[in-house]
Design a protein around this ligand. Structure first.
Ligand SMILES: [Ca+2]
Ligand SMILES: [Ca+2]
Length: 439
């Protein structure tokens, strides 16, 4: 009895030293340790126990939002793959980082004045995650990582408390940098607030700026109208998965906050893309289960009155619209998950036609349960299509001689369970951040 008690005390003392983030995600973890018939779980099923019984097994060497890195070779280029558990979406952004604190004068009260008077900034690449669920909770920290050029890696910089975060986007507005998150589901409800954070150079961190009421937000994108005006668009899927809206908020410069602008009806929106063709149009593409729509701005007395429908694309089960410019052309890739019969469908590439204000199909790319498309420029421009169903991401090159189409297959690599891919090139290093959702 005495030795059991001692063992308990020792275990208790050891677990007190474990960091708070290291938690079990099952209540019965203790059953799988020790010598019994179910025992030895930490050694025999280490991978599973690391995910569900980390505290009991003392697998607390690495937080679960720690970045995992790997390297792949694509068309003579080394590209770093980044992943972390529970992440539903990644987002790269460049943020100003202040120089040494002692170079700033003390005692200035106005933040803008202080910012200009100690304007020793450098630009650093940051990577932020929207973490949705960790098998225990939807109330998690989504993380911001900063590129460390000396160590040649991303280091965790800040944790942002989020609830069922599904997507995120950053933007610059009226001289400030913001990060918007889309809150999808907290385990009980989809009626949640989606938080907006503002980058604060002085504290070297994002600070909470505003909460926007959304329902089942699966995506968020920003459309810049002028230096101090813009629209934030959320793609929403309501409790009935085939219903939802695209909810638009307009920046009220006087209030330094977003206000409701318009609600566009959709059938369970997955994705929204803001789209600014070089011809000056400012458009929004909404992708949902029954199709995709293109909306353009409607102005009244020089003020934004809202958005009106420009075009309906009769392509159901789309998952992502990606706008990019290549060789002076405005193109848009629409990733299509499935048809009514099959996952083997075409992901479509469109070109913006300024005179008719519509998208015109230019090419179909064979895909299998495609969830995302991403345009990359690493040594040469490429388009990546992430095939979730197939667990493979395919790269296409532009105007290659290997086929007589706009895009020709170039390479492919395994991305099991891929939901979303974000791309960035930092100095000479190319990164693909892969959101696997479950891995
Ligand atoms: Ca989007
Ligand atoms: Ca995309």
């Amino acid at each position: 009895m005495k030795s059991v008690f001692r063992l308990w005390i020792l275990n208790f003392a050891a677990s007190l030293e474990l960091p708070d983030w290291c938690q079990d995600k099952r209540e019965d973890c203790h059953r799988y340790i020790g010598r019994g018939p179910l025992g030895g779980g930490c050694e025999r099923h280490a991978e599973y126990m690391r995910m569900f019984c980390a505290r009991t097994c003392h697998f607390c060497d690495e937080p679960e939002d720690a970045l995992q890195t790997a390297q792949i070779q694509i068309a003579d280029s080394q590209i770093h793959l980044l992943t972390a558990r529970g992440v539903r979406r990644w987002h790269f952004m460049e943020l100003p980082v202040k120089g040494p604190v002692d170079s700033c004068p003390v005692g200035e009260s106005n933040e803008a004045q202080r910012n200009t008077s100690c304007s020793i900034y450098s630009w650093r690449t940051h990577l932020a995650s929207a973490r949705f669920y960790d098998s225990l909770s939807h109330n998690l920290n989504s993380s911001v990582y900063r590129w460390d050029p000396l160590a040649s890696r991303f280091e965790r910089h800040q944790a942002l408390p989020t609830s069922g975060a599904w997507a995120l986007s950053s933007f610059k507005l009226a001289g400030q940098y913001y990060l918007a998150l889309a809150s999808f589901f907290d385990g009980f409800s989809r009626q949640l607030s989606s938080p907006i954070y503002r980058w604060d150079v002085l504290t070297d961190a994002f600070v909470w700026h505003q909460d926007l009421q959304t329902e089942g937000a699966k995506d968020v994108e920003f459309l810049l109208l002028s230096d101090s005006s813009g629209v934030l668009a959320f793609a929403e899927t309501n409790a009935n998965d085939n219903a939802g809206t695209c909810r638009l908020f307009h920046w009220a410069h006087r209030l330094r906050a977003f206000e409701p602008l318009q609600v566009l009806p959709t059938a369970g929106a997955y994705d929204v893309e803001t789209f600014m063709p070089s011809t000056g149009e400012k458009a929004i593409v909404v992708v949902h289960e029954d199709g995709a729509e293109v909306y353009g701005t409607r102005w009244q007395d020089g003020e934004l009155a809202g958005f009106s429908l420009l075009q309906e694309l009769k392509i159901g089960h789309g998952r992502d619209a990606e706008h990019f410019q290549w060789a002076g052309r405005d193109l848009l890739a629409l990733s299509v998950f499935r048809s009514e019969q099959s996952y083997e469908v075409e992901t479509l590439v469109y070109e913006w036609d300024a005179s008719s204000r519509t998208l015109i199909e230019v090419q179909g790319l064979q895909s299998a349960g495609a969830f995302d498309a991403e345009y990359l420029e690493f040594r040469e421009p490429m388009l990546l299509v992430a095939n979730q169903r197939l667990g493979v991401s395919r790269m296409y090159s532009f105007n290659s001689t290997s086929c007589d189409q706009l895009l020709c297959p170039l390479a492919e690599f395994k991305t099991p369970g891929v939901y979303n891919v974000a791309y960035n090139v930092s100095e000479v290093v190319g990164f693909l951040a892969i959101a696997n959702f479950w891995d």
